[in-house]
Design a protein around this ligand. Structure first.
Ligand SMILES: [Mn+2]
Length: 453
């Protein structure tokens, strides 16, 4: 016979849909729990890089310019450097009309003597790129957590490929798994700890699901965060609160968001070169810039958010916002804040180049809108891509009113699982709370249930 506590725990595990092993891992996080099998093609990729290092083949990494993009490129470059590869990073600019990814214009004039191109947190968006690389006999590898687009499937390390344990990884998660494979050849404990901390920051930044391996990475990464000796991380550090949820919250506020600012101000190289840099002088210089950019980010986004307050929020629909003064740098942040505070999906547009509007969509847990919007705007959108609850899109400025009308009339629905209550069945509330606290931290895709007394 189960006692009341055991019964409650059983209901909790069922609520989250945990297997027994997942439950065990959630309660006792350790890197040992990471799935033993790396994502498909990881080992093949590492082998190819080893060969490139032996032959001194020139490598270009194309990254995306948010924190996950910078972190994943940074981790990868750090691995490649440890194997004496000749490699550099180029950022395919993100917040322009094309959305993330490389097109012909990004590679033109940059391929001299290049033998391998790696795209990470972004992929090839243009068939002409594939043709050009084929012609020049350049090997293309794609590492991404966005749906696969072009290239040879066998040369993609992709979170969306069939398989379970890696499906929620962000790009830095994939880079971390690659790093773990490199470490099997040349052990460097310090480097793996640094990459773990970096991966933790990117996992928080990208708001991927806080379950399975991601959860392990975040919890173990936070533990290492307080012991890191990397100058730039140390400068963003603060006191260890002994409460994992509070630490996660503060890390998001004091490290993740600030680190996300410089790359979005068109300086992703600054972020990448700072992340794993061991010189404290450089770290000081960079954190000064991070602070400056961050101050600007807070001020500008506050102004922008205030403007969205003039518009009445409509319930049960995707709310669309646009004003001439909005900046495309902050649209994702504003959309995120609206969807979080109003518990409703939203899309915020701002003017970008060439008569276009760049928008960012965010929706709360349990409400997936990407495919609905793709379908609704199929004759209008120039580009749509990203995750079911967080994606970017570009439309022509002239199409705005038409697009707004379509988007706001799309019927949306919430997965009601979020509204389920857990009953106490006679267990004192304090006891239930104690059990739930064992499972902290909560986050995206892993919510604390509401209790019914
Ligand atoms: Mn990403």
């Amino acid at each position: 016979m189960l006692n009341k506590k055991q019964e409650f725990r059983k209901r909790l595990i069922k609520y989250w849909g945990f297997t027994e092993q997942e439950n065990e891992h959630a309660l006792h996080p350790s890197l040992e729990n990471l799935n033993k099998t790396p994502p498909p093609n990881t080992r093949k990729f590492v082998k190819r890089i080893i060969k490139a290092s032996e032959n001194q083949e020139k490598i270009i990494i194309f990254g995306d310019n948010d924190l996950d993009g910078c972190m994943s490129s940074g981790i990868l470059l750090d691995c490649l450097k440890a194997f004496n590869c000749e490699a550099e990073i180029i950022f395919a600019k993100h917040h322009h009309n094309d959305g993330p990814g490389i097109r012909k214009k990004h590679i033109d004039g940059k391929l001299e003597n290049v033998k391998i191109i790696i795209t990470i947190d972004c992929s090839v968006r243009d068939e002409d790129v594939i043709k050009e690389l084929d012609k020049l006999n350049i090997d293309l590898w794609t590492i991404d957590h966005h749906p696969y687009l072009f290239g040879t499937k066998e040369q993609c390390v992709n979170s969306t490929f069939t398989g379970n344990h890696f499906k929620h990884y962000c790009a830095a998660g994939l880079a971390f798994r690659i790093s773990l494979e490199f470490q099997k050849i040349k052990k460097n404990t310090k480097q793996i700890e640094n990459h773990l901390v970096g991966c933790m920051l990117a996992t928080i930044a990208d708001s991927v699901k806080l379950r399975g391996d991601n959860r392990t990475i975040v919890i173990c990464g936070i533990e290492k965060w307080f012991k890191t000796d990397l100058p730039v991380f140390k400068l963003l550090n603060f006191e260890d609160r002994k409460n994992i949820s509070k630490n996660l919250f503060t890390i998001r506020k004091k490290a993740v968001s600030p680190l996300n600012s410089p790359p979005r101000y068109d300086d992703p190289h600054l972020t990448v070169s700072s992340l794993f840099c061991k010189r404290s002088k450089k770290a000081e210089e960079i954190t000064r810039k991070i602070k400056k950019y961050n101050k600007k980010r807070i001020e500008e986004s506050k102004k922008m958010f205030k403007k969205t307050n003039n518009q009445k929020i409509k319930k049960n629909c995707i709310n669309v916002f646009y004003e001439k003064k909005f900046s495309p740098i902050y649209v994702s942040q504003i959309a995120g804040r609206i969807s979080f505070e109003e518990k409703t999906p939203s899309i915020v547009f701002a003017e970008s180049d060439e008569g276009c509007l760049r928008g960012s969509a965010r929706s709360p847990d349990g409400c997936e809108i990407r495919d609905l919007v793709i379908n609704g705007l199929k004759d209008i959108a120039i580009d749509i891509g990203g995750h079911p609850q967080a994606f970017g899109l570009t439309i022509k400025k002239d199409d705005f009113e038409k697009a707004k009308k379509i988007i706001e009339t799309i019927p949306i629905s919430f997965n009601t699982k979020n509204k389920e209550f857990l009953t106490l069945n006679g267990l004192p509330y304090e006891d239930a709370l104690k059990i739930m606290n064992e499972y902290e931290p909560y986050g995206s895709g892993f919510r604390k249930p509401t209790i019914h007394e």
